[in-house]
Design a protein around this ligand. Structure first.
Ligand code: PDD
Length: 285
């Protein structure tokens, strides 16, 4: 079955799904995106993802291309047409197509909308979680507006590649003050030897992850203490557990940081418990 993409009002086979070469997303990374998990054919926490999408658009002064309800219909339709039971849906909106000029097109052009969906292997992801992943640390070199989910991801791409070349799955950025900000495509967490879960505040330096927000609710319900504060790589090396969160990974245990085993090099019990309970706190649509 060929995959189907939604591109500016049309559902097209992937091979015919094209955007203009003067799309500002292509030329300037002038756009935003969202990724949602699909589980049981339904979208996980879509309202929260769409609220973040609206915020990203408004921060970049890109107009909402269609009413929210229509966007929801498109998302569902792309998932349905691709028959995705477990996987991800990807949504990208750019400022639109215009002759190349850095400043915004005037008059404004219609934003470009692309939605794709693809299946992922649930068993494989569970197997990865049961073994845990390795992370490396690398110097933070992104712009200060990482709270916007922009498609401008070059530092993230380079950091992820650096991780892969060092046999790791994720890279954690470390800011000038020596604190971990977040992963190249995930939020970063540790659990102290006293069982306190620690993650950085979403006020600055990180993308406010939807998985991160939902997990704070899971922690409260399970009466697990949360400290919202930054931590250093050194504190992470000595932590009882570590993990990352992202919609495509939920709670993914970290078993080594910079080649140093964390928590005896095994996924931690609290991280696994949080992973197990996570979807009881998600909204499905
Ligand atoms: N990444 N931080 C960064 C830099 C991210 O790219 C992501 C998600 C997150 C976690 O956000 P959420 O919990 O809302 O998925 C944090 C997506 C999955 C991606 O780029 O593919």
């Amino acid at each position: 079955m060929s995959r189907i993409a939604y591109v500016n009002g049309q559902y097209r086979p992937m091979r015919d799904a094209v955007v203009n070469i003067e799309d500002r997303g292509y030329q300037f990374s002038d756009g935003i995106y969202e990724v949602c998990e699909i589980r049981g054919g339904r979208i996980v926490d879509m309202p929260r993802h769409l609220a973040r999408l609206q915020r990203s658009l408004s921060e970049l002064r890109i107009a909402m291309p269609m009413p929210l309800a229509s966007l929801e219909v498109v998302i569902h339709e792309v998932v349905r047409r691709n028959r995705v039971n477990y996987g991800i849906v990807y949504l990208q909106i750019s400022r639109g197509v215009a002759r190349r000029d850095h400043a915004f097109p005037s008059p404004a052009v219609r934003p470009s909308v692309v939605v794709t969906a693809r299946s992922l292997n649930l068993e494989k992801n569970e197997a990865t979680a049961s073994h845990g992943i390795k992370v490396i640390t690398t110097a933070e070199n992104r712009w200060p507006r990482v709270d916007i989910k922009s498609i401008s991801l070059l530092p993230n791409v380079l950091a992820k590649q650096q991780a892969r070349e060092q046999g790791a799955y994720e890279a954690w950025f470390v800011d000038r003050d020596g604190f971990v900000t977040e992963g190249a495509s995930s939020n970063a967490w540790i659990i102290t030897k006293d069982g306190i879960v620690v993650t950085r505040s979403a006020d600055a330096g990180i993308l406010p992850g939807i998985t991160r927000t939902v997990l704070t609710e899971v922690l409260a319900a399970l009466q697990i203490r949360l400290e919202v504060r930054p931590f250093t790589p050194q504190e992470a090396y000595e932590a009882a557990e570590a993990f990352v969160t992202a919609c495509s990974q939920i709670v993914m245990p970290v078993v080594a940081i910079d080649g140093k085993p964390v928590g005896g090099g095994q996924p931690g019990p609290i991280a696994l418990k949080l992973r197990q309970h996570f979807h009881q706190f998600s909204a499905f649509s």
